[in-house]
Structures are given as C-alpha cells and as structure tokens.
Design a binder for this molecule. Structure first.
Ligand code: IMP
Length: 423
C-alpha cells in the first residue's frame, strides 16, 4: 500500500478524521505531524461517537500503530484524558499502539493561560484561537526555550528548562496582563502524575517509521486544521501556528519526501470556518443557517458555531497546488440535498490567486456559477453511479475547476457512509 498524506484544503473541519479512518484500514502506522489538541476529529463507529483531539484517529483500527510526531505539540493533560476515555470505551491503548516522539514540544498550563489572557486582551481583534495554548507553545519552540517530551523524563533537566521558560513568560503574565506568576515547583507537581502515565508511550518514532517504510509497510500521515490555517499559506494572521500543508508531513515526522506516494486533500462539499478571518463565500443569511443546521456545523473542539458558505474553487485550486494533491475527498455531500440550486465560486473578479493580505481577501468579489440541486437523500448510497445526476454533475464541475479527481465521497457521518470511486 502507498504512503499517503491527508490534509485539509479549506479552514479545517473538512472531515479528515473520517477519511483517515477509512484510509487507515490495513496501514501499519498513522502519524500526526503538526498541531495539537486544537484539532478535533469526530468519528462515528458502529453508531458511537468518539472525539479525538490528539491521538491519531487510526487508534480505532485494531492493528495500526499511532504515532505523535515531532511536529506536534502535546498537552499531557489531554493525552491522559484521551487514554482514559478510550479505556472507558473498552478500547484501552497499550504502549506500542501509541508512540510519542521525544522531540515533540509540550503544552504546559502556562501556555494555555497565556493563550487565554491574550485573546481576552485583544477584544474585538481576537484571532478566535481555541485557547488550548497551541500558539504560545510553538512560540517557545521557535524561541528555543520550549520543553520537549524527552525533557519530561529527567526532573532536574525539566526544572531547569521550566525556570528559564517561566522567567520570560511570567514577565508577560504579570507586567502585561496583571495576573499571578506561575511557579516552577507547582508546575512540576502538576506534571508529575501525567508524566508517569505517558512515560511508557515515549519511544523512538523515527526508527519505528523508517523501519516500517524500509520493510515495505505503509504509513498514513494525518494532517490537522486546513491549508488556509497554515502559518505560511493561510489567511495570516488568522491562522494557526504550524504548517498544515502536506510538506509538513515530512518535517513533522522525520520521514523524507521520497517516501510519500499520494496526497489526499479533504474538502467539504461547501465551506466552513471557525474563528475570525476572511471567508469570501460566507453566507450570513438563511442559506448559511440552513447549511449550519443540516450539517451540524459546530466545532468539535470548542463547540462554537461554524461560519458556512458555498464551495470556493479558487481556494481549493490553490490548495491543490500548495499540497501537490493527487486525489480529492469530498465530504458531507449529503448536506446539500434539498437545495433548489447550488453555487460554486469559480474564482474572484480580476484575480487568479488568493490574495496575500487579509484586507485584500476581505474585499474580493467571488464569481459564482449556479448548478441545479437535487432532492434525493444520499445517506444510504454506496456506489458513485447511484448518486443523482445533478449531484454527479456537481462533483464533475468541482473536479474540472480544481484539477484533481474526486475519489472519496462522504454521504453521512458513519464509517460506512463513504463512497469509494475507482477511476
Ligand atoms: P489556534 O490553533 O488555537 O491557535 O487557533 C488559531 C485559529 O485556527 C483559530 O481561528 C482557530 O479557530 C483555528 N483552528 C485551530 N484548529 C482548528 C481546527 O482543527 N479546525 C478548525 N479551525 C481550527
């Protein structure tokens, strides 16, 4: 089986978890390579809903090894909660099934605190972060004062790193925000039980992944967020703090680009966004409300209502370029049943690219094309040929505009509600 990267092509929440869950069948390892528990993957297996924020969705496959790569930021509290949650569902995770990279950076409570204090201070200018401490943790990584998973294994070294980190962070907490400083010993005491719990899962992920690759095994790289939340390629500054594009799969896992065979981009059949920032095809009236209620568009991580709009083919076309997409997975197509007509933005007036500055992106005028809708319920369909003619025409138009074949189609939240199209 090929080594595949799965990424979001919009602003996250495209339904990557379900696509990964499908593609993970039979693979040897599923790897997360960026982001942290700002992601939220809702999986429905045998009617039961499981939301994972950090552990790769492949954990629900019996044999797959799940790897948290070096590019991820790991919150030990969340990791322990997810391990406990899975154990309560009779899905206990043995060490060896989940492997944590020693080079991954650790999200500390001080990072969560700073994320929240800053968002509160920004008021109307807030980014709408998930307040999970993702940004401050990546900042400390780049500033070379972060705490890595391997540091958790040596308390003396951890104490030294924490006091350096806190000497900088407490200045912001106290002087800028007027809050109480964070104490090194209290932070260590908070971490101790979590460290003991996650210690068995920390191992050499680099050796593991290379061993699988060299033995002809297969690896699935599970992206989080989406292309337009990428720190470089997204709608900066309304972005997350990591590279979310397919290229990051290599840097964030330690597997070189020659190992990658396929890149699957996941796109919702319409568009959504949580948090602030430009969204050219956003629908602020009844149609947007209809998409939100039929599509249950509320964030898996924060519960916030998602902003909804029509499919934006320029966004998707540029995502195909940036990620080197070889296939497209179109999710939540069932949500579009019952619309008289469906619109696609084929581009923006006078532009061939998504503009770099948010001010310019906010001012674009999308060019819409109107396609006839369909009334049929798609949720029970299993074959591409069963899809209504207008629905197939919609998919064909998306393929034409994006330049990538649609090979996977989501027609409902369940694992089995997925149409696989052989080309
Ligand atoms: P952060 O990643 O918490 O720093 O948030 C930065 C921006 O990315 C905010 O607009 C968040 O709403 C957005 N974001 C982060 N993770 C996700 C995700 O998994 N899905 C959708 N949006 C996300």
């Amino acid at each position: 089986m090929p080594n595949v990267v799965v990424v979001g092509t919009q602003w996250g929440d495209e339904g990557k978890g379900k696509v990964v869950d499908h593609l993970a069948r039979g693979v040897d390892a599923v790897v997360r390579f960026q982001g942290g528990n700002n992601a939220g993957h809702t999986l429905v297996v045998q009617g039961e809903k499981t939301v994972l924020h950090l552990i790769p969705s492949g954990i629900l496959q019996d044999e797959t090894v799940c790897v948290v790569g070096n590019g991820v930021v790991v919150d030990p509290v969340v990791l322990v909660e997810e391990l406990d949650g899975l154990a309560n569902k009779n899905c206990g995770v043995e060490p060896g099934r989940l492997v944590l990279c020693p080079e991954a950076h650790v999200i500390l409570s001080v990072h969560r605190l700073i994320d929240r204090l800053r968002e509160e201070a920004r008021g109307a200018q807030r980014i709408g972060t998930t307040c999970k401490g993702i940004g401050p943790t990546y900042e400390d990584k780049v500033a070379r004062r972060g705490v890595r998973v391997s540091d958790l294994l040596d308390e003396a070294a951890l104490r030294e790193r924490l006091s350096k980190l806190l000497s900088v962070r407490n200045r912001e907490i106290v002087d800028v925000h007027g809050a109480d400083p964070v104490n090194t010993e209290e932070l260590i005491a908070e971490l101790r039980p979590q460290i003991e719990r996650i210690r068995p899962y920390i191992a050499d992920t680099l050796g593991l992944l290379h061993g699988i690759w060299k033995a002809g095994g297969s690896i699935l790289f599970e992206g989080a967020q989406g292309t337009y939340l990428d720190i470089d390629h997204g709608t900066y500054p309304y972005v997350t703090s990591s590279n979310t594009v397919a290229g990051a799969a290599c840097a964030g896992s330690g597997v070189g680009p020659t190992a990658i065979d396929e890149v699957v981009g996941v796109a919702k059949a319409y568009t959504t966004r949580v948090g602030s920032g430009p969204f050219p095809t956003e629908l602020t009236e009844a149609t947007g409300e209809k998409l939100r209620s039929i599509g249950h568009e509320f964030g898996a991580t924060t519960g916030r209502p998602r902003r909804c709009g029509w499919f934006d083919a320029l966004i998707a076309r540029q995502a195909a370029m940036v990620n080197g997409l070889t296939q497209l997975a179109l999710t939540k197509l069932d949500v579009l049943s019952g619309f008289d007509s469906i619109r696609i933005a084929t581009g923006y007036e006078g532009l061939t690219r998504v503009p770099s500055r948010v001010e310019a992106l906010e001012a674009v005028v999308p060019i819409y094309e109107e396609l006839p809708g369909w009334d049929e319920d798609l949720t029970g369909l299993t074959e591409f040929e069963q899809l209504p003619e207008n629905c197939r025409a919609y998919i064909a138009r998306i393929e034409e505009l994006v330049g990538v074949p649609v090979t996977i189609i989501g027609v409902g939240p369940g694992r089995e509600q997925t149409i696989i199209r052989s080309l």
